[in-house]
Every structure is written in C-alpha cells, then in structure tokens.
Design a protein around this ligand. Structure first.
Ligand code: NAD
Length: 492
C-alpha cells in the first residue's frame, strides 16, 4: 500500500485479509502534532464497493475540541497580524504539499467512496488549486478602504471552525482552510467521520507545509459530539459548514447562542432545464453529467430534468437510452461512470425513494429498485429515470442523493421557471438552449446561487452558495474571503 508511507501518522495495519488491509487511524492533529484523542470510541470504515470493513477511526470528544480551540486561539494573534505576503507564501506551501500526493488521494477516494473517475478528476486537482485561487484573491484584495471620513479595515473574524461532509471531505478541508488562512483566521476542522482515510492523508500533506503550530487543527469525531461542541464553543467566532440542510439548521441554532458568523453550504434539488430549441445530441450527455455527478451524491446534482412538453417523448427516449448504456461498478474500471452509494444507510434511502416514486404514481423509464444485474455485493443501485413526475411529488422535492432522475414536463418558458423555483432549495441550476440570450433570460429568473448555461465549466473565483434553504453566505473568491472578515470603521 504505497500511499501510506507515514512516519508521522499512526496508521497501524492490524491484519491482512484477502484483499483488504485493516487499518486504525488513532490520531488527531492538534497544535502542529499528531496526538491520540482523549475520546476512545472507535468507528468502522468501509469500502462501499466491497461492503468490507477496511479500518477503524478513533474519535475525538469535547476535551479534544477544547485542546484544538486553545491551540487555534493561541496561534490567532500572530496569524491575524501576518502580512499578505506571508500568508500568500503559506498558501503556496500548502498547494505544493497537497499536489504532491494527488495519486494517493485519488486512490483513497476510490477506496472510501468508490467515486467514479469523472468526479475524482474534478475533485483532486480542485482541492490543491483552492490554495492558489485564494492566494490570487488575497493578492488582489484591499483590506483597508476609505468611506467618507471613515477608514474601514477588514479584520479576521477570529478563530474559525470548519465542518465538512463525506462527499467532498478533503476538497472542503482545503478550500475552507485556504480561505481562513487568507483572512488571517486560525481554524479547527471537523471532517466527516466517514472519510477518515482521506482526512488522514490530507492532514499529513498539510502538516508537511510547515505552518506555525495551531494555525490549523483537525479533530475526527461524530457530528453530535465534536461538531456540536464546536458549534457551541464560546471561543469560536465563525463556522464554515458544508453538509445537509438538517445539520445546517442544528449548527445555525447552536451558533446563534454566541452569535457566531456562519456560512452554510447545504443541500439541493437542482433543476436541469432543457429549452425546446436545444440540440439533444449535445445536451443529453451534459444533462446526465449534471444529474449524475458523483453517482448522484452531489449537492449540485441536477436531478429534476425539466423537459418541454413538445419534445417530451424524444427527451425521455434519449435519456432512457443514455442511462441504460451507463456502466455501474467498481470505479477502478475507467469505463465505469456510476459507483456505489457511500453506505448501507444511503443505499436504503435511495431504494426507499425509488419505491416511493412508484407509489406516488411516477413511471419508471429505466432502472428501479434492487441491485444492477451482475453486482451482488457493493452498495450499487440501478441508475433510475422517472417520467410523469409532478413537482409536488416527494421524489421531486426531497434530496435523494443517488442516481435517480425525475423528468418533469413544462408548457413554456414561464412554466419552466415556475417549476424550477418551486422548491425550498436554491443551490445550482442548469439551462440548455441553442440561443445563449434565451438561456440567459431564463437564468436571470432562477432562484439559485449558481446557474450553469450549456455545461459551462466551474469558475473557482465566482461565489458559490445557496438561495433559500440551500444555505447562507458564499464561498470562493472575494465573497468567500469576506465571510471570514469583520469590518471595523474608524471615524476621525
Ligand atoms: P451531514 O449533514 O450528515 O454531515 C455533514 C457534517 O456535519 C459531518 O462532518 C457530520 O459529522 C457533521 N454533523 C452532523 N451532525 C452535526 C451536529 N449536530 N452538529 C455539528 N456537526 C454535525 O451531511 P453528509 O451526509 O456528510 O453530506 C451530504 C450532504 O451535504 C447533502 O445534503 C449535500 O447536499 C450536502 N452538501 C452540500 C454542499 C454544498 O456546497 N452546498 C457540498 C457537498 C455536500
């Protein structure tokens, strides 16, 4: 196992089974050192492609949170007073450190998520370049500005906490840490407990960048223990959270007691709007790429496909053909585009929604309950397309987090916009049209933080975040940086 050559961390291989190496991750990272947590509880780690346990992680507790917050608090005065140039140098060191182990991260992501190549190909480079994007943002940012007779200074908000979801665990560790450092804020990170192998690797990478002790600290643990302790901690001034809307609500509530600043990046049910002039040869692959990103386990997955009534049959047929042709299986095979669900729990959730869709009266165009043919182990589901979906159905309203697409017919542009906006979410939306001006006209009416026209590529400096219950605040670029800053106006 070439990717764990570690001198630093304490992976202990406790046994070798046929194809699975069991390992124990029994350290957290506090004040520049790998230390054993005070917490003693162990959580199992699984490979979703095989359903086999591949290790255990020892989880931190409230005492570990206190230690990590103290370390971050002690490191804050120095980081907050450091120069732009010093922080840019730190960001470049972090970029180099993370880039150096891209191959190991790829391997770990496959093992822990069964993530398909398309998702890994985006996530791994993006994690490392997050540091460069923040360095660029910082370079161009003015921390002082004059407004009338006031001098306004943007100050780091204080000690920050990051809480990350399983599906982009180390990507969000990188982007949130990059933003905190650019702002001059120290950080305690609570990664997803389901991604401890990736967390361990990224921690090793970040450690080699040689930042001052305490600037960042990483505490594994359950959300209701470590995450809750951070959300309520009196010395944490700012929380940057990515995860489900339900958890975001709990964090927001806990954070309100001490008026923490919060950025909440939450769930979605993104509309994927095909206008009636779209060239389906070009569009169908992009609609599926958006709808089935990371096997549908993505906050931005465009799972509500809005199709014009006039071309409904044609679109449904094309989708059915394309989805039937997708290969499901072990992501080690480059031809595979749909991997497993991350856990048994997630597999059950997707199954129950496929069942529910039929009960609600939607028709299965392709897919359905159960496992794909030939895959008798691994948390694989059948990529599923429902037709005859009404936007009031639960399958159209709830985030399923799996490869389940709902085709919803619309009459005209205004009706498409109405359906697209008829949701509690508003994270991302997709519009496809042969006429860019028409697509832009529709995009301007969509209640979402991002609208992607005709499969345009990601823009890492543009704001990212949700309208409505998809969140609060924005990440990336200047908007992200300012979410870690507090303006102070001095009038003279
Ligand atoms: P989750 O909400 O279950 O967990 C996210 C994190 O919160 C984990 O680290 C978890 O341990 C922690 N947590 C759980 N309970 C907590 C509590 N009471 N207090 C503090 N922390 C707590 O989400 P998940 O299943 O890991 O990730 C999937 C969800 O994340 C989906 O809803 C998806 O849409 C969302 N997501 C959003 C974005 C975005 O940018 N908007 C990106 C990726 C994922």
């Amino acid at each position: 196992l070439s990717y764990y050559p570690n001198q630093i961390a304490r992976f202990t291989f406790i046994g070798k089974m046929k194809e699975t190496l069991m390992r124990t991750i029994d350290t957290i990272y506090v004040n520049g050192r790998f230390v054993q947590p005070h917490g003693t509880e162990l959580a199992p780690l699984f490979n979703p492609t095989t359903e086999k346990q591949i290790g255990t992680v020892r989880l931190g507790n409230e005492q570990d949170v206190d230690d990590a917050v103290s370390a971050a608090k002690a490191a804050f005065p120095s980081l907050s007073q450091s120069s732009k140039a010093e922080r840019i140098a730190m960001l470049h060191s972090l970029h180099e450190a993370v880039s150096a182990r891209a191959a190991d991260l790829t391997e770990a992501m496959r093992e822990e998520y069964g993530a398909p190549a398309s998702f890994i190909g985006f996530s791994v480079p993006h994690a490392a370049t997050a540091f460069l994007h923040m360095a660029e943002t910082l370079e161009n940012y003015q921390f002082r500005r004059r407004i009338g007779h006031a001098e306004v200074e943007m100050r780091p908000a204080g000690v920050a906490a990051a809480i990350t979801p399983w599906n982009s665990n180390y990507g969000f560790i990188c982007s949130k840490l990059a933003t905190a450092i650019a702002a001059g804020a120290t950080m305690v990170i609570k990664p997803s407990e389901m991604s401890a192998i990736q967390t361990q690797l990224i921690t090793e990478c970040l450690h080699t960048a040689g930042l001052p002790d305490g600037v960042f600290n990483i505490v594994n643990g359950y959300g209701h223990v470590v995450g809750a302790a951070l959300s309520a901690h009196r010395d944490i001034a700012k929380i940057s959270f990515t995860g489900s809307t339900a958890t975001g609500r709990a964090i927001f509530q806990a954070a309100s007691m001490t008026m923490k600043r919060v950025t909440l990046e939450l769930g979605g049910k993104s509309p994927n709007i095909i206008l009636d002039d779209a060239d389906l040869d070009l569009v169908i692959p992009q609609v599926l790429a958006a709808g089935l990103a990371n096997s549908g386990q993505a906050c931005i997955a465009g799972t509500r496909i809005l199709a014009p009534q006039s071309r409904l049959d044609e679109i449904q047929q094309r989708l059915a053909d394309a989805v039937s042709a997708l290969k499901v299986g072990d992501a080690k095979d480059p031809a595979v585009s749909i991997g497993p669900m991350v856990s048994q729990k997630q597999w059950d959730r997707v199954q129950s929604h496929i069942h529910l869709g039929q009960e609600e009266g939607a028709q299965l165009v392709v897919g359905g309950e159960g496992r794909p043919e030939g895959l008798d182990r691994g948390w694989f589901v059948r990529p599923t397309v429902f037709s005859g979906v009404n936007n009031d159905m639960r399958i159209a309203r709830e985030e399923i987090f799996g490869p389940v697409l709902c085709v919803i017919p619309y009459r005209d542009e205004a009706h498409a916009v109405e359906i697209a906006n008829d949701t509690v979410y508003g994270l991302q939306a997709y519009v496809f049209s042969a006429d860019i001006n028409r697509a832009k006209r529709v995009a301007e009416q969509i209640e979402a933080g991002r609208v992607v026209i005709n499969g345009a590529p990601h823009e890492p400096l543009a704001p990212f975040g949700g309208f409505k219950q998809s969140g609060m605040g924005r990440e990336f670029g200047t908007y992200g940086l300012e979410s870690f800053l507090e303006p102070r106006a001095v009038l003279s």
